[in-house]
Design a protein around this ligand. Sequence first.
Ligand SMILES: [Zn+2]
Ligand SMILES: [Zn+2]
Length: 433
Amino acid sequence: MDKLTKQLYIDKKTFVRIFKENWERYKKLCGCRKVEDENVQRLLGCGDPKNGFIQLRCTNCGEKKIIPFSCKSRLCPSCTHIQLQERIMKIKSIMIKGVGHRHVVLTTPKELWGYFLKDRHLLNVMADTGAELIKDILSFYRKEGIEPGIILIIQTAGRALNFNPHLHLLITEGGLGRDEKWHSLSYISQDLLGRKWKYFLFTRLKGYLLKNQRTKKLIDTLFKEKPLLITYCKKEKKRKIDIVGYLVKYVISPPISYRRILEYKNDEVIFRYREREGAKNKVKKLTVLGFIHLLVQHIPEENQKMIHYYGLYARHQAKKLKRIVEGLVRCFNQEGWEAEQEKLLAEILSFPTTYRERIKLTFNKDPCICSVCGEEMVTERIVGPGGCIIFDIYETDYFEDITNMEDEDAQSFQKEKEQEESPRYHQLLLPTM
Ligand SMILES: [Zn+2]
Ligand SMILES: [Zn+2]
């Protein structure tokens, strides 16, 4: 067993303490983006009932339980965990069943990373260019042109937490032709992909970057010096891990799990990482401010979407096309896929939709069961940030006898009550554990 994996890692409290003890100093010395400050403040307030909570009461033994709201910070290891499961399922449910998905990675040269860091709009330019590239590649193989489904994920973190913008794409192995038939395509030349990606990316970036001579020269030099850009192109069948979960984790969760942080002591943080898949663990020691910088730079701007959908998966047509395409695919020979797809479908259908069920799945315990007597607890109060009462069982008409009401009133009252008790209502107020 690897020696390093036996080492202890820090807990969530220590992770939060890194920010609690140093954030003000960091802001003064290094400055920060608005979105960085917002996310750190939310993390620091995670679990604090001042930021809102749900109060449960056991009607059997009187036990009270407070569940604080989710802090919704991109840096929070526990609150992002529940969101992560939701996003994974959302993506899996739109993926066309019966079709293989190729995992493609498109990288950018390190000479350009600083530009992306300075102007985050370039991330969107990179994403659109990536989707354009794939459509072009497919038309190279299929002259008549086919429309694939593309799920594209922007990642900014390299393995050592450095700012290394690159794209991960899941592409249907084939696409819908103009003849309304499904055309399978399972081969893409990596060499062609790398050369075309270089051409597409540099040409597009040129349009955005050529503000001065230095940049112009840099791109021209890169054009000449690099025959192609690094890309990866793997067939799905060969993969053992859950690729959707793996990719989404990087954009929903903090860029480093606290299980990889070994120590926070004397103003220094030690963490481990791998230079590439399967490589041995490396250990890095940084000043705490340097470590904070590495983490917060990956928080996307508020309006920055990190997951994009193109072609058959584009939002406006995803639902409509999914059935048609699945029907077409079924006519195709897709041996071996059926069992796997059935498993995937079962997984999606059984995914819990309420907050309570999701907690059960994630933490293996039911948040609404009394820890003293095991009875089911009821929601007594819901208090929003700053103490505003959203719901209070004693201040509503719950105890009025609805039989005294006029029929119509009683019905609408009943409807309102059902709404408040519905899982959807509780889902809107997703608390943390
Ligand atoms: Zn949190
Ligand atoms: Zn009880």
